[in-house]
Design a protein around this ligand. Structure first.
Ligand SMILES: *Cc1c(COP(=O)(O)O)cnc(C)c1O
Length: 352
C-alpha cells in the first residue's frame, strides 16, 4: 500500500503495510463480528491456522490444555508435535464427558479447554454453556471449533465461550476454492494476544481471499437452509435403510446429542455420518466407489456432495469408537436431494 507523504511512512498511528489489513479485510471482519456477536474477529490463512495460531497466542510453557478427543485431526497433530515441543502439556478428554467430569480433570496449570461441537467425524454435542461457566469460574479459558454451525446456527460467545474459531474454508466460502479461518472473542486481553501473535508470526490473508469470503457470506443463510433441509431428508431416508445402523446427525430426532442441539443450536448443517452395518474394508470400498453424484473428498461445506470413510482416522484417538461397521461421513451439497438419495440407494445395493 502507499502512504500520502514522507512523515506518514513512520507514523505508527497509520496503517503502513498491507499485512495489517485493508478495507476489504475490515468489511469481512465487520460482517463476521455481526455473525458471531463478537467484539473482535481476527483472520487467519486457514481454519487450521486459526486453531494453531490461537493456541500459540494463548498458551505458554508450563501451561496445560485439555482437548476433546474428537478434535479435528490436523489440530491434534499440531498439539502433539508442536505444543509439546514448546513445553505445553496436552491432555485429551472424552467428547461425551459431562461438564463436571471435565472440570474434575483440570489441574492448577490448566489454562485452556478446547471444545469442538459437534465433534469431528463422530458428532458429539458438548454442553458448551455449562463447560464455559464452570471453566470461567476457575479462571480457565475456553476455545471452540465452531465450523459445523458456520457461526450461523450456534454462537459460542453468547454461550460464554471465550474464543470461537471457524474454518471459513467450509460453509462461509461455500465453493471449496478458498482457504481462511476466523477467531472471534469478546475479551480485549485475548484480542491483544491474537493481534500480537499475528504481527509476530506474519499470519496474514490477502485482500482477494477476503473478498471471496465476503461474497460467500452474502449467500450463507440461503445455502445453509438448503444444506440443512437436504441433509435431514437424506439422513431420514438412510435411517430407514436396512444396511444403516446408526446416524450421527445432531439435528435428526433420535440421534445422539439431539437434545443438547435442540437447546443450543438454531439449525443444523449438512454434514453427518452413518454406520454401514457389518461392512469391512471391501464393502466400504465397493460402496464409496459406486457413488456417482457424491465425490470422494475430505473437505466439506461446499456446493457439491462428498463422502468418505472415517475409520482410518480413528487410530490417533485415545478411545477409538467401535460401531460394528464402517462409519461413513457425508457432506450434503446443493444438488437435488432426490438425486442424492437415488445415488446412495444404488451404492448401498452395490455394496451388498
Ligand atoms: C476443515 C476444518 C478445519 C481446518 O480448516 P482449513 O481451512 O482446511 O485449514 C478446522 N476445523 C474443522 C472442524 C474442519 O473441518
Amino acid at each position: 500500500m502507499l502512504v500520502p507523504d514522507a512523515d506518514a511512512l513512520y507514523d505508527d498511528a497509520q496503517t503502513t503495510y498491507g499485512r495489517a489489513g485493508l478495507a476489504t479485510h475490515e468489511a469481512l471482519i465487520d460482517a463476521l463480528i455481526d455473525l458471531e456477536n463478537a467484539a473482535t474477529v481476527k483472520l487467519f490463512p486457514s481454519g487450521l491456522a486459526a486453531m494453531t495460531g490461537t493456541l500459540l497466542a494463548v498458551l505458554k510453557a508450563g501451561d496445560e490444555v485439555l482437548v476433546t478427543d474428537a478434535i479435528y485431526k490436523p489440530t491434534r497433530r499440531f498439539c502433539d508435535r508442536v505444543l509439546s515441543r514448546f513445553g505445553v502439556t496436552v491432555r485429551y478428554y472424552p467428547p461425551n464427558a459431562s461438564p463436571d467430569e471435565l472440570i474434575a480433570l483440570c489441574a492448577s496449570q490448566t489454562r485452556l479447554i478446547v471444545l469442538e461441537s459437534p465433534g469431528s467425524l463422530t458428532f458429539e454435542v458438548q454442553d458448551a454453556p455449562a463447560i464455559a461457566a464452570l471453566a470461567g469460574a476457575r479462571g480457565i479459558l475456553t476455545l471452540m471449533d465452531n465450523t459445523w454451525a458456520a457461526g450461523l446456527y450456534f454462537k459460542p460467545l453468547d454461550h460464554g465461550v471465550d474464543l470461537s474459531v471457524q474454518a471459513l474454508t467450509k460453509y462461509v466460502g461455500g465453493h471449496s476454492d478458498v482457504f481462511m479461518g476466523s477467531v472471534a472473542t469478546h475479551k480485549p486481553s485475548l484480542a491483544r494476544a491474537l493481534d500480537r501473535a499475528i504481527l509476530d508470526f506474519g499470519w496474514s490473508v490477502s485482500a482477494e481471499d477476503a473478498y471471496m469470503m465476503l461474497r460467500g457470506l452474502r449467500t450463507l443463510p440461503t445455502r445453509m437452509a438448503r444444506h440443512q433441509q437436504s441433509g435431514l431428508r437424506v439422513a431420514d431416508w438412510l435411517s430407514r435403510h436396512p444396511r444403516v445402523d446408526k446416524i450421527f446427525h445432531p439435528a435428526l430426532e433420535g440421534s445422539p446429542g439431539h437434545d443438547l442441539w435442540r437447546r443450543d443450536f438454531t439449525g443444523g448443517a449438512g454434514l453427518f455420518a452413518f454406520v454401514l452395518n457389518a461392512a469391512g474394508v471391501g464393502e466400504t470400498r465397493l460402496f464409496l466407489d459406486a457413488l456417482k453424484l457424491f465425490g470422494l473428498g475430505f473437505s466439506w461445506g461446499g456446493f457439491e456432495s462428498l463422502a468418505l470413510n472415517c475409520d482410518p482416522q480413528f487410530g490417533v484417538r485415545q478411545a477409538p469408537p467401535e460401531y460394528g461397521g464402517a462409519l461413513i461421513r457425508l457432506s450434503i451439497g446443493l444438488e437435488n436431494a432426490d438425486d442424492l438419495i437415488e445415488d446412495l440407494n444404488q451404492a448401498l445395493a452395490a455394496a451388498s
